[in-house]
Ligand binder design. Structure first.
Ligand SMILES: Nc1ncnc2c1ncn2[C@@H]1O[C@H](COP(=O)(O)OP(=O)(O)OP(=O)(O)O)[C@@H](O)[C@H]1O
Ligand SMILES: [Mg+2]
Length: 321
């Protein structure tokens, strides 16, 4: 089958976004779908990938009832590749790879299977690919998050969401650290330091990297540099009160202190009852309520994380008003 998203002008690599954040029900799928729709409207060719295999529902967010092809067909080897299960949506420039009907054992695909999907995602032709992740910090979720060019965390202003986001980021950090340490051949050094972490006063990843640096400056610097490439974006969703507006800055500051990494605040999105109303109508909020608080906030987030200068074909929708 030919790749429906392929065109002469689209031979460049897609920018791959993964949206996670640890907690369930915070709005990951709503936000992922809306970001893709917002960019598709600007003329960018976008593919949504539903990687929440345990609870795939992205098709509902784009108003599709029964996706005719899904990742299940790929895992069952009924189709050769990811491009064979690409579905057009009723929105121009927007395609979907559905995770619906994934069998229970598929919710946890084998490592090789998962890496194959990740490799194939990278070979798809589009401007942007948005991967909607499930809740939690399983290796599946972490590997998709780490493989993407851009990791986006969605957090709501509740103590449990903030706590889950912290656990999520910690899991992401250590999974990447392990890979980097292995690549630098520094396993022994790090194991030795961690065995004495109490005596050495290592209480955070920042302390660990500092200690590695004082033992081996070269390894420490390389490690710090590669870990700094982990630069997730943060969206605070379902904002209700004024005090919620400071949460993003607080989380960013805490991450700088603890992990020595930058978490870039992408914006706040207000609680808006139209989100549920549009979901019930099986229509994206941006489509049904284009001038709602949710749509306004979402558009602002998209302009922050993907400024008009970084668009491939698109134009700034606002410039034409
Ligand atoms: N800004 C918002 N205002 C009002 N309701 C919202 C907002 N964002 C999300 N919701 C509501 O939160 C619910 C959960 O959203 P969504 O399914 O996107 O979460 P999720 O993080 O993807 O959940 P899961 O982890 O189960 O996949 C939906 O019913 C949606 O209507
Ligand atoms: Mg979801």
């Amino acid at each position: 089958m030919t790749d429906p998203t392929r065109s002469e002008q689209h031979e460049h690599k897609a920018r791959i976004w993964a949206v996670g954040g640890g907690k369930g029900g915070v709005g990951k799928s709503v936000v992922t779908t809306s970001m893709a729709i917002a960019l598709a409207r600007r003329g960018e060719r976008c593919i949504l990938v539903d990687a929440d295999l345990g609870g795939a529902n992205l098709h509902t967010f784009v108003g599709m009832n029964n996706p005719e092809r899904t990742l299940t067909d790929l895992f069952r080897k009924d189709v050769a590749g990811l491009k064979d299960i690409l579905l057009s949506t009723r929105f121009p420039n927007l395609w979907l790879i559905s995770g619906a009907r994934a069998l229970l054992d598929m919710a946890n695909p084998a490592y090789q299977q998962k890496m194959k999907v990740i490799r194939q995602i990278f070979s798809l032709h589009a401007d942007h690919i948005f991967i909607d992740l499930g809740a939690g910090s399983s290796y599946n979720v972490l590997d998709f998050f780490l493989a993407a060019h851009e990791g986006v965390m969605v957090v709501v202003p509740t103590p449990t969401s903030v706590e889950n986001a912290y656990h999520f980021l910690k899991a992401v950090y250590y999974r990447r650290l392990k890979k980097v340490v292995r690549k630098l051949g520094a396993e022994k050094l790090v194991d030795n330091l961690l065995a004495e972490k109490v005596q050495r006063g290592i209480r955070s990843p920042r302390d660990l990297v500092r200690d590695i640096q004082s033992n081996s400056r070269e390894i420490g610097l390389a490690l710090a540099e590669q870990m700094a490439e982990l630069r997730p974006r943060l969206i605070i969703n379902q904002v209700k009160r004024g005090e919620d507006l400071t949460l993003g800055t607080k989380i960013s500051a805490a991450c700088r202190d603890f992990f020595a990494i930058d978490v870039d605040m992408a914006g706040n999105i207000r609680t808006d009852e139209r989100v549920l109303a549009s979901l019930k109508a099986r229509r994206p909020t941006l489509d049904m309520f284009p001038s709602s608080p949710f749509a306004d906030d979402l558009e602002r987030v998209v302009r922050t994380i993907c400024p008009v200068t970084e668009l491939t074909n698109g134009r700034d929708a606002y410039a034409e008003l």
